[in-house]
Design a protein around this ligand. Structure first.
Ligand SMILES: *Cc1c(COP(=O)(O)O)cnc(C)c1O
Length: 355
């Protein structure tokens, strides 16, 4: 039996994608070898590579002005590559510090250039996103960095900041669950392990015009322009992760694409928030209703003993990984694209009966 896995990442993936990979694993397309034993310059792998990039472009309606880069190092390496590629000297760059991830992105950027907090939600315990007019973008800023969804605090940026400065977005935890307003962004990036596939792959979109101005005095792997010139085959790419992402994206397409993912995400989150909101205060969400995440629903019970009992009983019923991040405690139900509504309904009934 498959567990109902609410893990924040790596997370549940579509069963058909896993089963297809299992069937093809040992002998890939009658080649006599596994895909992971094959040259990344082979025609078989090239087809996998191209297919994955094409599906990303199609599903996210990526304009031709953007390059698609398939990299390693996670979103965390992009915390460094963004400022390394875009900043010179003391060029300022604003960061919306909306939670743990935005904070880490800023901390890394302070080593390169004049990165500053354009807004800091720490004083609100990261329970909401800023309104546009609360964000203080300094004149001459190269970009404003935003985190579309703070995975740990369960806070989502519903409205993109209204600013003249180009946006750079970490969309790790809500990739492929909402449209991306490309005209606002120079760079969008995210680790694959929350909605796109397994860990080990990072998907970066960079505007071609931006690449003309990126720094060249960096080690080769750190240069976006090199990866773009080499179609993400500068060095050995994470072939298995890219292959798995292709399978996941094929499943997304078969389910109705991005609009279907967005509707399903809203239905899942609404269902759990309904239980919370109708629990007479037994379950409490610390998050401002206007900033509620559709992917990571965080909530508290009246006390930590009840939370521990909730987690233990949930686990007995096959609801796994509901413990909140160790830095914030409480409960977190992460419900990414592959989480079926049946799993959410089952959790909702359990929450009602537990109360
Ligand atoms: C998980 C996550 C990261 C870190 O991703 P890695 O791929 O593990 O480096 C960064 N930002 C957000 C919003 C995340 O959810």
């Amino acid at each position: 039996m498959r567990a109902v896995n609410f893990c924040a990442g790596p997370c549940t993936l579509p069963l058909p994608a896993l089963q297809e990979a299992q069937a093809e694993f040992v002998d890939f397309k009658d080649s006599g070898m596994s895909l992971i034993e094959m040259s990344h310059r082979s025609p078989e792998y090239e087809a996998v590579h191209t297919d994955a990039i094409d599906r990303l472009r199609r599903l996210l309606s990526v304009p031709d002005e953007f390059e698609v880069l398939l990299l390693q190092g996670g979103a965390s390496l992009q915390f460094a590559m963004v400022p390394l590629n875009l900043l010179e000297g003391e060029t300022p760059a604003g960061y919306v510090v909306s939670g743990s991830w935005g904070k880490k992105a800023l901390a890394d950027a302070t080593h390169h250039g004049g990165a500053y907090a354009a807004w800091d939600g720490a004083s609100h315990s990261f329970t909401r996103m800023p309104a546009s007019d609360e964000i203080d973008v300094w004149p001459g800023s190269r970009y404003l960095h935003v985190t579309s969804n703070e995975t740990i605090h369960g806070v989502r940026m519903v409205e993109w900041p209204d600013t003249d400065v180009p946006l750079v977005g970490d969309m790790s935890s809500d990739y492929m669950s909402r449209p991306i307003p490309w005209e606002r962004f120079d760079v969008v990036y995210g680790g694959a392990q929350k909605n796109l596939g397994p860990a080990g792959l990072t998907v970066v979109f960079v505007r071609r015009a931006t690449l003309e101005g990126t720094r060249r005095d960096l080690a080769a792997y750190l240069r976006w322009d090199i990866h773009a010139d080499k179609n993400s085959l500068y060095n050995t790419p994470p072939v298995f992760a890219i292959y798995m992402m292709g399978k996941v994206l094929a499943w997304v397409e078969s389910e109705g694409g991005l609009p279907a993912m967005e509707n399903a995400a809203r239905a899942r989150a609404d269902r759990i928030f309904r239980v919370i909101d109708e629990s007479d205060g037994y379950y409490r969400s610390p998050v401002d209703p206007a900033s509620r995440s559709l992917m990571n629903v965080v909530f508290r019970l009246p006390d930590e003993d009840s939370e521990a009992r909730f987690l233990a009983e949930a686990e007995q019923r096959g609801f796994l990984n509901l413990k909140g991040h160790r830095s914030v405690g409480g409960i977190r139900a992460s419900m990414y694209n592959a989480m079926p509504m049946s799993g959410v309904e089952a959790l909702a009934s359990f929450m009602d009966s537990f109360r």
